[in-house]
Design a protein around this ligand. Structure first.
Ligand code: KIV
Length: 279
């Protein structure tokens, strides 16, 4: 896995990563040619309707992960360790990460690059589990109802992002997500980082890009974040389809003969005869 992404970075070929949370979204990522699929804890908000990524449980994440696994053949699958399931100790992080590997992940991702998180990464990589880091905006550090904020806007904050990325790199991460960092800052930091950097709201200088599936296909409600590019408007399309179906059913336009199963006329006659003899 490390080699595939390192090779893409070496060749200057941008890495394509997308989140997926179930069988259908994973198939779309596979067929669409994503290199990496992340079962992100953004599932909390996109799939499950929670107000924060902090609220998704480990069992919920594992169920979504197994579904995504069934839709993938070639793309690498990364599972996002949810809030509260890895921070407290290396043992807890290992137990949680192993459950994601059992669910079919090739690697796990965890948020943050301070000392304790670096220790968790070291424990996981020493146990042979591949880890993706995540610095800059880390949504799990954002409380329920708090706004997500751009990171690395001052020189000292930007150096902090770099220090965290370097510490994660030394601990053995195979790639690092940079979230919500000004593009020019990413550009300045890139030459100092060897591991592939995958950006979301971090400008074009990163080695690859990741988007949340629901943002990309237009399933997310409301105005998208500045860094999002929508490639479809599926939320509107889905509501339009259900509304057209509802209209058809109410107008008795569905189902028609073409939607119904046929039956032999002789069998129908026999049924009629039996029903009338019973009456
Ligand atoms: O949970 C998620 O979707 C993520 C991506 C934004 C990288 O962590």
């Amino acid at each position: 896995m490390i080699e595939v992404l390192r090779d893409l970075k070496r060749r200057g070929q941008p890495i394509v990563m997308v989140t997926a949370y179930d069988y259908n979204s994973a198939v779309a990522c596979e067929v669409g040619g994503a290199d990496v699929v992340l079962v992100g804890d953004s599932a909390a908000m996109t799939m499950l309707g929670y107000a924060s990524t902090r609220l998704v449980s480990l069992d919920e994440m594992l169920m979504l992960t197994r579904a995504a696994r069934r839709g993938l053949e070639r793309a690498l699958l990364v599972g996002d360790l949810p809030y509260g399931t890895y921070e407290a100790s290396n043992e807890l992080a290992l137990a949680t990460a192993r459950r994601f590997i059992e669910a079919g992940c090739d690697a796990v991702k965890l948020e943050g690059g301070r000392e304790d998180r670096v220790a968790r990464v070291r424990a996981l990589t020493s146990a042979g589990i591949e880890v993706m880091g995540h610095v800059g905006l880390t949504p799990q550090s954002t409380g329920v109802g708090e706004a997500f904020r751009v990171q690395g806007k001052t020189a000292s904050q930007a150096l902090e992002v770099l220090a965290e990325a370097k510490a994660l790199e030394t601990a053995g991460v195979f790639a690092i997500v940079f979230e919500a960092i000004p593009g020019e800052v990413t550009e300045l930091l890139m030459p100092h980082i060897e591991a592939p950097v995958i950006g979301i709201g971090a400008g074009p200088a990163a080695d690859g890009q990741v988007l949340v599936f629901d943002d990309l296909v237009g399933l997310t409600a409301g105005k998208p974040a500045k860094f999002v590019k929508r490639y479809a408007e599926l939320r509107e399309e889905m509501a339009r389809a259900v509304s057209a179906y509802a209209e058809d059913v109410r107008a008795k336009q569905f189902p028609t003969v073409s939607n119904a199963y046929a039956v032999d006329a002789a069998e129908l006659d026999a049924l009629r005869a039996k029903l009338s003899s019973q009456a």
